[in-house]
Design a protein around this ligand. Structure first.
Ligand code: PEP
Length: 249
């Protein structure tokens, strides 16, 4: 039985104070929930305030990236070792906005993933096709290439610390979401790939989130699909009420 995991990706939104205020309010609403994992991923700057506010909470602090080295001359970056010390539990890797605007590639995501795991953190690895790729019938090929690149050399023993987020790029922040059936088809395909790469048990235990305009109105149908185990939520995670409603699907 896979425990659902709902994660909020705040992108470049919320000041330090707004972040701390948000999680204090969310914590009040989430008290007593233990049948699903709840994660919030603020900007690096807000991590310490969020960690502090969530000290006695069932909500786990995450972040939106981490470097492949633990220290060095890498201006503008933050390492997994630093994030671990700060109290972060989950790291989003390979988000399509990082791929699009910051030149993120599968080999780099793979290096980052290895270092995140080495530092005892958990990862949410994002994959997904563009609209043009979907329209050309290339969705499965794109996902397979991304998975192969991101998971190169990742051992069976690490799979329990990894969540995959399937996020069709055309559905992120656009208000257009994949239908539950369209999403489930790709989730099932990812699970098959993992069965081939690892084994049936690992594939069955792997949690695969859907991301792309998830909101309180559509989360229930998405979560009703057999291979959808959670949601990575952007826009609708920025308001306490809508994120709480999504967690409570
Ligand atoms: C995201 O940022 O991962 C995302 C899915 O955004 P949105 O929910 O706004 O589409």
């Amino acid at each position: 039985m896979r425990k659902p995991i709902i994660a909020g990706n705040w992108k470049m939104y919320k000041t330090v104070k707004e972040s701390a205020d948000f999680v204090k309010q969310l914590h009040e609403k989430m008290k007593g929930i233990s049948d699903r994992e709840i994660v919030v991923c603020p900007t690096f700057l807000s991590v310490p305030a969020v960690v502090e506010a969530l000290r006695f909470s069932n909500i786990q602090p995450g972040c939106q990236d981490a470097h492949w080295e633990n220290e060095g001359a890498y201006t503008g970056n933050v390492s997994p070792a630093m994030l671990k010390e700060a109290g972060v539990k989950y790291v989003i890797l390979g988000h399509s906005e990082k791929r699009q605007y910051d030149g993120e590639t599968d080999p780099r995501i793979n290096l980052k993933l290895k270092n995140v795991l080495k530092n005892g953190l958990k990862a949410i690895v994002c994959v997904g096709e563009t609209l043009a790729e979907r329209e050309l019938g290339k969705t499965e090929k794109v996902i397979e290439t991304q998975i192969q690149g991101c998971f190169e050399g990742i051992g069976l023993g690490d799979m329990a610390d990894i969540v995959i987020a399937y996020e069709p790029v055309w559905a992120i922040g656009t208000g257009k979401n994949a239908t539950p059936e369209q999403a489930n088809e790709v989730h099932a395909f990812i699970r098959k790939l993992m069965e081939k790469k690892y084994n049936a048990e690992t594939a069955q235990q792997l949690r695969i989130q859907y991301g792309g305009s998830v909101k309180p109105e559509n989360v229930k149908q998405l979560m009703g699909q057999p291979d959808i185990d959670g949601a990575l939520v952007g826009g609708a995670s920025l308001k306490v009420d809508s994120f709480a409603a999504i967690v409570g699907f």
